[in-house]
Structures are given as C-alpha cells and as structure tokens.
Design a protein around this ligand. Sequence first.
Ligand code: ADP
Ligand code: MG
Length: 237
Amino acid sequence: LQQSNAQNDRLVELGRIAASIAHEIRNPLTSIRGLVQLLAPNLTSSAKLSYIDIIISEINRVNSIITEFLKTAKPAPPLKEAIPVTDLFAELELLCHSESLLQGIELVILPVDPSLMIYADRLQMKQVLLNMLHNAMEAISDLPNSRTGMIQFEAERFGRYVQIRIEDNGVGMDEQTRTHLFSPFFTTKNSGTGLGLSTCYHIVELHGGTIDVESTPGHGTVFRIYLPTVDKKPELS
Ligand code: ADP
Ligand code: MG
C-alpha cells in the first residue's frame, strides 16, 4: 500500500510537470501561429501561401495533441454514479465490435448479472476499459499469424468489490515490463506514449479500487480491475 501511495504521489507530481510543460509549449505556439497568419497576406507566390497553410495546420495539430495529452495526464475528479456493469459492457461491445472484426480478433464479452453495479464515473470507466482493450489488441497484433487473437471481458462480485477481468492471448510480458507497466511514460512500443496504464491506475485509485496483472510471455495477459460495489452506502468523496 505504501508503495502504491508513493507511486501515486509520483504520478500526481508528473502530471503537474506535464501540465506546466504543456502550457510552456502552448504559449510560443500561439505567438508563432499569430505571426504566421500576419505574414500570409503579404506573400504573393501561391507556393509560399500553401506552405503557410501547412505550417498553421501543423501548429493546430500540435495544439490538439497537447489538449489530448493534458486530458490523459490529469484525469478530472470522478463524477460518480451507480452504473450497472452490464451497461458498461454493452457500450464497450458497441464501440469495439467492428474494430475487432476488422482485425480478425475474437472479442468475447461475457454476460453480467444485471444487478452488479459499480459507483463510478461513466466516461472514466469507459476510458479505462478502452485502454485495456487497445493494449490487448496491440499485444495480439504482434502474434505470429498461426494463432487467432482472443480478448475476453467478464465481471463478477468479489466481496465488497466488482472484479472486471480482461484476458488476452497476446504476446504477454516479461518480469521487467510487469514491474514498470503502471509507471507514466513506460512503454515497450515504438509509437507508444506509456500513459495508458498509468492513467487507468490513477482513475481506478480515485475510485477506491485497484488493478493487478498476471502475464505469461508468449501466452497472454490477465488484468483484474477491482471497484467498490454499490450495494452498501457509497462512501463520500
Ligand atoms: P503504451 O500502450 O502507450 O505502450 P500503456 O501504459 O498502455 O502504454 O502500456 C505500457 C506497457 O505495458 C506497454 O508498452 C506494454 O509493454 C505493456 N502492456 C500493457 N498491456 C499489455 C497487454 N495486454 N499485453 C502485453 N503487454 C501489455
Ligand atoms: Mg496503451
């Protein structure tokens, strides 16, 4: 528990640093954008004008990356409500059915007892489940072609908690990865941000829950998310 508190402190600190870096980048970007726009009407050649268009749209792109990044690095305080887990799973199915078909992945979302509820922020929970799903898909896309990718979601009561279990038969991970996977910016991917799981961890902690992981290299991975159930009085937060 102490370790996870230290990890959480570091995460909060990193989130702060990230937010201030983002603002520092944004200020010069805004003035560059303004100056480029001022230059544009004085240019005659159409080639130069089209360069300006590209410069402006690239600046806009960097700006929206920063916006997205800030949303990820600093999850807002959760707006909690009672949510049937079966609702969450239904939304997940709707969002991901076609994507998994396209990738030739078998996405199995097991039926959940309709009375099983969590007290949680709907959007943040969706973000957590989608992050998990995308990681699983990426773990599967690295597989040799001989194996069909499978991702399974299930949920059941676990004492005062709901356990959501996400299993994939992807590449799995080694010990080194398993110890670092919740750290911000830790990634083993060429184009990964390493922010997905640290954000998931942070969100689940804000909900009074936790995440654990089991993995066998070459065989697959199981994530378990524990979230407080609703049946007792929700704690004030
Ligand atoms: P990113 O996906 O950008 O790399 P994440 O924080 O989502 O960042 O994940 C961190 C790392 O954890 C990944 O780079 C990968 O090595 C490992 N990982 C996460 N989920 C899985 C999974 N389902 N199977 C295997 N490895 C995983
Ligand atoms: Mg990820």
